[in-house]
Design a protein around this ligand. Sequence first.
Ligand code: ZN
Ligand code: ZN
Length: 335
Amino acid sequence: MRVTSLGSGSSGNALLVEAGPRGRTRILVDAGLSSRILIERLQQAGTHPKQLQGVLVTHEHIDHVIGLPVLMKRYGIPAISAPATLAALQHSFASGIWPVDTGALVTTAAIAPLLTKLDSSENEEVSLPGVDPNIALPEVSPESGMLLHGEGKPVVPTIAMQPGSRRLIGDIEVVSFPVSHDAVAPSGYLITAGGCRICIAIDSGEVTPTMLEAMHHADLLILESNHDRERLIRGPYPYALKQRILGPTGHLSNDQAADAVLQTWRADSVRWLWLSHLSRTNNTPKIALQSMIRRLEKAGANLAQIHVSVSPPGMGHVWDSAQLWHEPSLWEMQH
Ligand SMILES: [Zn+2]
Ligand SMILES: [Zn+2]
């Protein structure tokens, strides 16, 4: 299994997961980058959008879904998520009103200049064969979760996945679990392929026992480490927004992330940890990293076997499960 971070943080989130022979099964977890940047980063990772089997959506906030309509309507890629999240997306598609991570609502018209700016700062127009940009965006049936076109005829299936359920997508097994965030049905995902597991737990105000259980099984844990609590409290955000972020359905602090890791860590295992969804205002990569390392050291963890890094806002890390079998310290342990 190979995992590539295409973007992380309030400016947009997307992960590419590839598994099976020659990476024949490819999915995204979230599509929160403008479609043009998303497609360019996919291409940098060696993937054409048409090769995607689906997009697992954690929740309906715009920093997780802004690239989704183009993937669905141009390429017929299904969105996979909780039924309530699919219904919320349908509402945003139809109304042009999108919820933001700050709790505010924005219109497509309001964000269009930003997206255009982001897009024009990139290279030449990406030309993709066989793409018809004039296809009308179909609607989603609330009953069946199918995208509808014209007179109720399904064209692009969405895949409803109840929180806590399990589903096979090609070579990948996905288990969803609820997280605690101010969205209609926020979900984390435990993804298994080829005997390896990754756990994605971002956008959550607290770490629940269910989340801990999912994290416990991960070889690669992609965990929110949104803010430094003191920096947030003393920082420029309005009082109400600070309360929202600090609340049980807001975002995880560096300390909360460390608490979670220390509760799930298996001392004898090799693990990778990507600290993700960092706030640009209330955190820095250095603070997040130092905070986690300090807590791990204090707890007596073997840092030679724990690979901690920060997911950047731009094109980020690539994790290949082959590392699990070639980890030198693991090799030494076997002899
Ligand atoms: Zn969110
Ligand atoms: Zn978010």
